[in-house]
Ligand binder design. Structure first.
Ligand SMILES: [Zn+2]
Length: 236
């Protein structure tokens, strides 16, 4: 007697194959203890970090970050954003990307109130190009921390720089304030953004009272004017 497959009316062949290869129960995957399956961590975006770099550093797909965080435009994440990293156990250091425009503006304030730029970044000098901004000020005027950080240098040992403060911002970025008449902080001290760290002078290789201000990303000097908000400057 011929059996007929009721689903596709293909005749006995189908039924034979079904009988020859009976369905097996799917193996049930063994569940790991919950502690072995971390749900993820929050990563706080630091200046210069891109979503692409965050994804690559954590070893996750960019798309999964976009989806997990409902991000409309991955190029527009900003400093301070909390990014959910699905599956990550711990937060990790993420390298920085030197911004092409004012990507990191807002995180920094001008180190000299009402500062007028005397000489910009990259301006030609006798034997080199200018590695920072020269911001005019009056003698004794406070120089403030452009961003919160830790003092890693406070002294007069850097040739040409005069009395200088260097702050470390713990994400591969440092800021430097040179030619001061007095230093108000010591190495190891933590300083808040806006805190007075020195007084303007003309020590070192300087012809007038000003603050030579540098931002260094992984020991490479970058143009600080790209990091400082013009609006803030006007407001200060
Ligand atoms: Zn300078």
């Amino acid at each position: 007697m011929l059996a007929v497959c009721l689903l596709c009316a293909c005749g006995p062949r189908h039924q034979v194959s079904v009988l020859a290869d009976p369905p097996r129960a799917e193996p049930v995957p063994e569940l790991e203890p919950e502690s072995e399956l971390p749900p993820g961590v929050f990563h706080r975006v630091r200046p210069g970090q891109t979503l692409w770099r965050i994804a690559r550093t954590y070893g996750v797909e960019l798309e999964s970050l976009v989806e997990a965080n409902s991000i409309l435009d991955p190029s527009r994440i900003v400093t301070g954003d909390m990014i959910w990293i699905p599956g990550a156990r711990d937060t990790v250091e993420v390298g920085v990307h030197v911004p092409e425009g004012a990507a990191a503006a807002g995180e920094w304030i001008w180190p000299v109130r009402n500062g007028v730029v005397l000489s910009g970044f990259g301006a030609p000098r006798r034997s080199h190009r200018h590695g920072g901004l020269d911001i005019k000020g009056f003698a004794g005027q406070p120089v403030v921390a452009a961003r919160s950080g830790r003092v890693v240098y406070a002294g007069a040992g850097l040739r040409g720089y005069g009395k200088t403060v260097i702050l470390d911002h713990s994400d591969g970025i440092r800021s430097l304030y040179a030619h001061n008449s007095a230093l108000l902080v010591r190495v190891g001290e933590r300083v808040d953004q806006g805190q007075s760290i020195a007084r303007i002078g003309r020590t070192g290789n300087a012809t007038t009272e000003h603050c030579h201000f540098e931002i260094r990303v992984n020991d490479r000097r970058v143009d600080p004017s790209r990091w400082l908000s013009p609006a803030r400057r006007a407001a200060r």
